[in-house]
Each structure stands twice: as structure tokens, then as C-alpha cells.
Ligand binder design. Structure first.
Ligand SMILES: Cc1cc2nc3c(=O)[nH]c(=O)nc-3n(C[C@H](O)[C@H](O)[C@H](O)COP(=O)(O)OP(=O)(O)OC[C@H]3O[C@@H](n4cnc5c(N)ncnc54)[C@H](O)[C@@H]3O)c2cc1C
Length: 436
């Protein structure tokens, strides 16, 4: 066991080891603090590639790393696997779900967000969202099991429903999912079944707004839609989903019979704002001060997807990984400045590096402001950027190899149904699991 760090050091508690929390810890290296990191999961997750686990392209271990391992060389950092359920701001204590508490001098809350069903939480069992490894393996299992069931289904109508996949929400995740499911059916699985032609698979992308990828410029949105349609995806715009059951979804006047639906339509922040009694926007994100602290509590920061703050253009800073990381850097710099007696309260300034989204395995759109790109070159840049941001040489090599193999051979290495293999695919609540 390494020498203990003096307990009288300034104690920073970081709740959440996602992009924002981990960056804070990273940038506090060498500062005169001791740090406790609390996360309810034992792994840091690279969410931008979750859809590739859900569509059988990557294994779970390629996009997630044990937090404890990532921080093993930082002897001033203690990692705890625990769920935070509240904060006692008067006593400066974090409350854990097992009744234990943790005192802090500075608290950084970076607990992220989950998907939101706009008042229709009862739809979740039928159309799971994509946020965790469990979500990804649940979706993967449902997709693969639907094909397996279709192979055994004699009734053509029922088989058609089994081979209909509906993705709800036309943002980057929805577009990426729809394009990849279409490729899975038309390229990867095309030779694998005897009782149906996998190319007859329907993939329907439903977006309530007027265009897919609304955060991108209109021409890039149009390009993405055309690219999806070339892959065989049916894009429905301007119609919200009005009902969702185990048998399908209602969209406008149409009922779409489907056995597999995926929700990619909205986010709800974690309840961090509730814990500290601060006002929120409609998505539950804490309205923090310009320096990312909680009003009246300069010792508490809320960052990343759990908070909202205006960017230089007056619009809310987007809920993306680079924004969370920049906020983590800002908080670490603030803590250092305070401890050095250099004053604090410097406002956070967001620098938008650009937006990227991929449509299947050969096309992507990139918006770097003045510089926009689409097509195959954009896809290569997207791929290199994501490999660069993965943690560890082994994962970079492994993901690069999986992609190269998929690129050349249309094969996906993670097509295993490993949990709940005996349950019915239409079961709205198959067992959850994260293997593979
Ligand atoms: C499917 C998907 C695709 C995405 N694609 C992209 C993309 O291509 N590019 C991009 O830039 N961004 C993308 N994002 C968004 C990006 O992942 C988020 O903006 C980013 O993760 C936010 O970082 P964060 O630190 O705020 O929260 P997170 O990274 O979500 O981390 C939150 C952490 O808090 C922990 N936690 C939550 N509640 C508790 C609790 N009560 N107690 C203890 N621990 C808790 C969680 O376990 C988690 O580890 C995507 C998100 C999703 C879901």
C-alpha cells in the first residue's frame, strides 16, 4: 500500500467519472489536494461509440475502462464505487445510497444525463434508450434476436414486423444507429439466413422536427438524409411518435408494426440540481453561475451534461464530450487558483471545436464552422478523431482493427447473444447484461 496522503489536505470530492469528472481529476494532478472520486459504475464509458456496441461492431471492453485502473498511479486519488443520492450543503457532505456520507471542501458534480421520454416513461421498456453498456447490449440482443426469430417465423406479416426496426430521434445517435442497422442487415447478415432475404429488412428513422441532424447546417442535414436513404433507411420527418407498445409505434396517422424500437430522442439531466437546490432548465440541467459554481455555494461546481450555461453565441453550451472536458479543465484551474490564493470566479469560456456525425461505415458529416466536409474523407477524419480520443494503445489498435475488418469485409465481430437467449424478442423487459 502506498504512503497515505495527509488527511488535512483540501478534500475534493468528484461525483461521476465521465468526461467532465475524469478531466477535473486529470487536471488536478500535482495540486495540494486529496481527491475522492465516486461513481455508481466501475468504468468510464466512451459514449460516442456506444451505438457500435448496440449494432454488434465493437465489444463492450473496447469502449470502457475501469476507473480504478485509470487512476491507479494517482496516490492522492481514492476511487469509490457508490451511488450518490443527495448533498447536505450545510454540513458539506455527500450522501450515498447505503446511508454512508463523505465530507468535502470542494464538490464537483459531473453526473451527466439520461434519455428522456417527454412524459411517456411507459415507452421505455419497448424503446430503450442508449446511454450505458447495459442499454447497448440490451439493444444488440433485441436486434440480433429479432433476426433469429424471423428465421423461424412462418407468418409473413409477423416476420415483416420482426424485420422492421424503428429508431426514434434524428440527432447524431439516431442517424448513426439507423445507418448501421441498415448496413448490418444488408451487408453483414445478407448470407446468414435461409428463410428470408435480410435485404428486405426495414429500418425507419422518425424525427419530429423538419430535418435530421438539426444541429448541423441544412445542406449537411440534407446530405445525411440522402445517404441514409441510399442505405435503405426510410426517413420520416415532422411527425412525432404518439404511441409506443411492444407491437410497434404510432407516428402521425400511421401505425408501424415493429418488434425492435430504439429511443434516441431526448435527454434529461441527472438530479444533481435537486441535490443542491438550484433552478434548472426544462431538461433538468442545473443553472450554474458563469464560473460553473452553484449560486450561493462557491464550493460546489456542477459541470457537463448535468448543468447548462450559455456559450459565446448566447446559446446553451452543447451536451457533448468536449464541452464536459473543457468544463473539467476550468474547474481544476479554479480550484488550483483558489488554493494558491489567486482569487477565483473566472467565467468559463466554451470553445466549440466542431460537430461530427457518421452515417454508416463510409460516410460522415463534419462541421468545423467555416470548414465543412462530407462523404468518405469526413468518415476517415471521424474515425481517426474517435480513435485518438479512446484511452489506451490496446483499445485504439483493437478498435482500428475491428473497423478496418468491417470496412473491408462487412463483418462485425460482436454478434453474440449472450444474455436472455431463451426469452422472447418481443418481451418488453428481457434480462439486462453487459457481457462481450
Ligand atoms: C449514445 C451517445 C452518443 C454520444 N455521442 C457523442 C459524440 O459523438 N460526440 C460527443 O462529443 N458527445 C457525444 N455524446 C455526449 C457525451 O457522451 C456527453 O456529453 C458526455 O458524456 C457528458 O459528460 P459528463 O461528464 O457530463 O457525463 P457522463 O460522461 O455521462 O458521466 C457521468 C458519470 O456519472 C456517473 N453517475 C451518474 N449518476 C451518479 C450517481 N447518482 N452517483 C454516482 N455516480 C453517478 C455515471 O455512472 C457516469 O460515469 C453522446 C452521448 C450518448 C449517450
Amino acid at each position: 500500500m502506498p504512503d497515505p496522503v495527509p488527511t488535512d489536505r483540501h478534500h475534493v470530492v468528484v461525483v461521476g467519472a465521465g468526461f467532465g469528472g475524469l478531466q477535473t481529476v486529470h487536471d488536478l494532478a500535482g495540486a495540494p489536494v486529496r481527491i475522492t472520486v465516486v461513481d455508481r459504475r466501475n468504468h468510464h464509458l466512451f459514449q460516442p461509440l456506444l451505438y457500435q456496441v448496440a449494432t454488434a461492431s465493437l465489444a463492450t471492453s473496447e469502449i470502457a475502462w475501469p476507473i480504478r485502473h485509470l487512476l491507479r498511479r494517482r496516490r492522492e486519488v481514492t476511487t469509490l464505487l457508490a451511488t450518490v443520492v443527495g448533498v447536505d450543503t450545510a454540513e458539506r457532505r455527500v450522501l450515498l445510497d447505503d446511508g454512508a456520507t463523505l465530507t468535502y471542501d470542494t464538490l464537483v458534480i459531473a453526473t451527466g444525463a439520461r434519455h428522456a421520454y417527454f412524459g411517456h416513461d411507459d415507452w421505455e421498456p419497448f424503446a430503450p434508450g442508449l446511454k450505458t453498456l447495459e442499454d447497448a447490449t440490451t439493444i444488440r440482443r433485441r436486434i440480433l434476436r429479432a433476426f433469429e426469430q424471423a428465421e423461424r417465423e412462418p407468418d409473413p406479416e409477423r416476420r415483416r414486423a420482426l424485420l422492421t426496426f424503428v429508431v426514434i430521434g434524428g440527432g447524431p445517435t439516431g442517424v448513426e444507429l439507423a445507418g448501421t442497422i441498415a448496413e448490418l442487415a444488408r451487408l453483414t447478415l445478407v448470407d446468414d439466413f435461409r428463410n428470408f432475404d435480410a435485404r428486405t429488412t426495414r429500418v425507419i428513422l422518425i424525427e419530429a422536427g423538419p430535418r435530421v441532424l438539426p444541429a448541423f447546417t441544412e445542406d449537411l442535414s440534407r446530405y445525411a438524409q440522402r445517404a441514409l436513404e441510399k442505405l435503405g433507411v426510410e426517413v420520416r420527418l415532422g411527425q412525432p411518435v404518439t404511441d409506443c407498445t411492444a407491437a410497434g409505434v404510432a407516428c402521425g396517422d400511421e401505425w408501424i408494426a415493429a418488434s425492435t424500437m430504439v429511443w434516441a430522442a431526448g435527454v434529461q439531466a441527472s438530479p444533481a440540481a435537486e441535490w443542491v437546490g438550484v433552478a434548472t432548465d426544462r431538461a433538468g440541467r442545473a443553472l450554474v453561475e458563469p464560473d460553473l459554481t452553484v449560486p450561493g455555494h462557491p464550493e460546489i461546481f456542477i459541470i457537463g451534461d448535468a448543468a447548462t450555461i450559455a456559450g459565446p453565441d448566447g446559446q446553451p453550451v452543447p451536451g457533448i464530450a468536449p464541452a464536459a472536458k473543457q468544463q473539467g479543465q476550468h474547474v481544476a484551474a479554479e480550484i488550483r487558483a483558489r488554493l494558491a490564493g489567486k482569487g477565483s470566479g473566472k467565467p468559463f469560456r466554451y470553445r466549440h471545436a466542431g460537430s461530427l456525425a457518421t452515417i454508416g461505415k463510409r460516410k460522415a458529416v463534419i462541421d468545423f464552422g467555416r470548414f465543412k466536409l462530407r462523404g468518405a474523407i469526413a468518415w476517415w477524419i471521424w474515425g481517426l478523431a474517435h480513435i485518438y480520443f479512446l484511452i489506451g494503445v490496446r483499445n485504439r489498435l483493437s478498435v482500428a482493427l475491428s473497423w478496418l475488418w468491417n470496412y473491408m469485409r462487412d463483418q462485425r465481430g460482436s454478434r453474440l447473444i449472450t444474455q436472455g437467449a431463451t426469452a422472447s424478442a418481443s418481451d418488453p423487459r428481457p434480462p439486462q447484461g453487459t457481457s462481450g
